[in-house]
Design a protein around this ligand. Structure first.
Ligand code: SF4
Ligand code: SF4
Length: 396
């Protein structure tokens, strides 16, 4: 990631071989066309130089995460942790090269040497110690459901509802989990929660590079789910979806995973729930990277919104579906602090506000938190709601 040293000084086959072993094998497919850089949200931010197209070649030369100079290494670490894992580059690369995987390999090296941002060290430590990134007590994980009469999951129950850490603890986002439960109860579906037996899904810490802690929480979750007899999982967060659906099978897991928008859309189609109360608002839907581009779930969230009477559904022209721009919170970036003029969230909020919407509909707790904080910092007047909250209001 740096050009300050001469090539003779920096070529390091050992680093290259380590990174390839850690998942950077795509480096040999790159032909330096630059398409990845032009689609990357940092290109739209414009105030931070992030020439990501050089990464495969620099990795092949062993130049990444290799500096022995403290200041140069700090600059490298800053660059390596700018990637929000949105996978816009993967989607556009003519050779399907996975840049975030190359960066994740570099992050694994940095984590092994303890050379990664302090704030992310504290997130990894909290997940290791208490099973959530907020550092909240494990015993309080199901407090959000106290007034809702939700059973603990046991054999015979059809679905585990996995609320995710942020809706479990954050007072604002708890409303999303509560609305979800109330909708599920109205539909009559059999579901339960595991509460204290759950850990964070680990998606963010895998992408931060903390593979060992990720493996610990993954194995612990798989063991808890299997001992309880879980077969089907409903999730609120697309990040949990990615973990359970795409990452956990590497560790032998075999669960049917449904994002809650898929499930709610199906309930509406089957007539098990019916939105009847008018929601007379202009609503723009933001495709979360992990739900849309990374898992192909574009239609179901829109189908729910289209079925709500009175709701006018808007789109961000040119930047929706696979071209949606990240909220800026993925791969650990939710916890990072960048300069005011270097924020991906500001770019995305401006695109959403420009549609003339009164409400931004989201289907991801990270997007919800990131957008609400961004709106506050930009002093804008637009509301953010999860689709579950909108649907619940419309069920009357
Ligand atoms: S788009 Fe793909 S091939 Fe082109 S520079 Fe980027 S990684 Fe290399
Ligand atoms: S994953 Fe997103 S943020 Fe990371 S390099 Fe690719 S386009 Fe840029």
């Amino acid at each position: 990631m740096t050009n300050k040293r001469s090539l003779v000084d920096v070529i390091n086959p050992e680093i290259r071989d380590f990174l390839v072993e850690m998942g950077a094998e795509d480096i040999y497919k790159c032909y330096q066309c630059g398409k990845c850089s032009s689609i990357c949200p940092w290109f739209q931010v414009g105030t931070y130089d992030f020439p990501i197209f050089r990464l495969p070649l620099e990795t092949a030369l062993g130049m990444v995460a290799s500096s022995e100079d403290k200041k140069e290494l700090e600059e490298e670490v800053d660059k390596i942790y700018r990637c929000v894992g949105c996978e816009a580059c993967v989607d556009q690369c003519p050779h399907g090269i996975n840049i975030p995987n190359i960066l994740r390999a570099a992050r694994r090296l940095l984590v092994d040497f303890g050379s990664y941002p302090d704030i992310l060290k504290s997130i990894v430590q909290k997940i290791h110690d208490v099973g959530n990134p907020l550092g909240e007590e494990r015993e309080k994980r199901s407090d959000w459901a106290k007034q809702l009469n939700v059973p603990n999951f046991q054999p015979g129950i059809e679905y585990l509802y996995f609320a995710c850490c942020i809706p479990s603890y954050d007072p604002r986002v708890q409303n999303v989990a509560q609305a979800t439960v109330r909708i599920l109860q109205k539909s009559g579906v059999s579901f339960g929660i595991l509460g204290v037996q759950e850990n964070c899904c680990g998606e963010a810490i895998r992408r931060i590079g903390a593979e060992k802690v990720f493996e610990e929480v993954t194995k612990s979750n798989i063991s808890s789910f299997e001992s309880a007899g879980v077969k089907n999982i409903l999730v609120t967060s697309p990040h949990c979806y990615t973990s359970f659906e795409n990452d956990y099978p590497e560790f032998g897991a075999n669960f049917e995973v449904f994002h809650i928008t898929q499930y709610f859309s199906g309930l509406i189609e089957k007539g098990k729930i019916q939105p009847i109360k008018s929601f007379d608002k202009k609503v723009v839907y933001h495709d979360p990277c992990n739900l849309g581009r990374q898992n192909g779930i574009y239609e179901e969230p829109r189908n729910i919104l289209r079925n709500i009477p009175g709701l006018e559904l808007l789109e961000v022209e040119n930047f929706n579906r696979s071209l949606s721009v990240c909220c800026g919170a993925g791969s650990g970036a939710l916890w990072m602090e960048w300069e005011k003029d270097e924020r991906i969230g500001d770019i995305r909020i401006n695109q959403l506000v420009d549609t003339g919407a009164e409400i931004i509909a989201v289907a991801c707790p990270y997007c919800l938190q990131m957008f609400e904080e961004t709106i506050k910092s930009m002093d804008l007047n637009i509301q953010v709601m999860d689709i579950a909250e909108i649907l619940y209001e419309s069920l009357g």
